[in-house]
Design a protein around this ligand. Sequence first.
Ligand SMILES: Nc1ncnc2c1ncn2[C@@H]1O[C@H](COP(=O)(O)OP(=O)(O)O)[C@@H](O)[C@H]1O
Ligand code: SF4
Ligand SMILES: [Mg+2]
Length: 382
Amino acid sequence: MAKKNQDGYLSAKEARRISRENRRITNRMEKQRKRKNVPESEYLTKMRDPNNAVEFDNLHTYFFTDAGTVRSVDGVSFDVPIGKTVGVVGESGCGKSVTSLSLMQLLQRPQGQIVEGEIRLNLGDKACDVTKTPNEVMQRFRGNYVSMIFQEPMTALNPVFRIGAQIDEVIELHDTANRSKAQIRERTIELLKMVGIANSEGVYSMFPHELSGGMRQRVVIAMALACDPRIIIADEPTTALDVTIQAQILDLLRQLKNRTNASIMFITHDLGVIAEMADYVVVMYAGRVVEKGTAEDIFHHPAHPYTIGLMNSKPVVGKKVDALYSIPGKVPNPVNMPNYCYFRDRCEMCVGQCDGAYPPEAAISDTHKVSCYRYAGGKGGD
Ligand SMILES: Nc1ncnc2c1ncn2[C@@H]1O[C@H](COP(=O)(O)OP(=O)(O)O)[C@@H](O)[C@H]1O
Ligand code: SF4
Ligand SMILES: [Mg+2]
């Protein structure tokens, strides 16, 4: 652990030591990763359940920074079943994006590294462990098997190219059917129509800045869907949009998913959105999954004090409250996680064992799991 002087700052000597140590760790990992001609046997694996599109299994993703090791994702396990929507919810900074970037293998390297665990990706006739899959192989899956709709459309769009050219390029990159330019253009226009852009021929030749935020987000969705992905990661896709546009985009995603039987991993800090979209819900707190279950489990029988707090902080139509409840306290520092329940310092429901080690996962039912001492030993809470 990093030693700090009495002001809480790292000394120059200490910072140098950390950065040397980081380089040693990340160089070793990068060397392993950059090997050429890695045999398939190293990364092929089996799904635990063939009905899952993705299985996160004890994933640990860390960032080796000069201020210390940030344990952004610290032992996350959950499944994304085929044809279902899994909502991943939690406060900003709890590791939602890092979890999805780990699946895409788009972590900011060399600092960001998966240090432990597996991410099994179902490819139909086989499965691979993303954490061990070489980049050149992974590149073939991005777009076709897994694709991501980013939070901020302008980061996914290039401001100097026309919309049509940008979507054409994505199709061309993954094209196995050897389509002509005209056929690709036709497919792009069809995609633009599919995401509800009426003037699709016109938009085809526009630049990103000529479109509104909602239209740009539709374009980004069209781009993400261009190659019929089996898994769509939507990372806060509606946060930057106003409410009516948000509702339209959610509708659109639902329709698209039903049409293609794809899976959606829907990331948000907004429980209202999750309630509308998700079949299953994963609640994350400080880099770990604190509770997971079906939407029914989580919304009607929330068990973890953090989930209960989130539910209470959600406005409910028709219910008059003086002030929205907000969970007091703040998330622990991811460089220096405590060795007891990460939520303890904010928890209003502590029991005797809470001072002990981080609570183990307890099963409330076949689908509903929670990591909290109130349920340890198979008992229900109150
Ligand atoms: N490139 C990075 N370098 C260092 N720390 C990072 C980086 N990306 C994310 N983190 C840290 O990882 C944690 C989880 O971040 P993130 O997954 O983006 O949260 P969110 O749940 O809001 O999507 C945060 O503490 C964040 O500061
Ligand atoms: S383990 Fe204890 S401190 Fe942690 S959430 Fe449960 S009751 Fe609260
Ligand atoms: Mg995020």
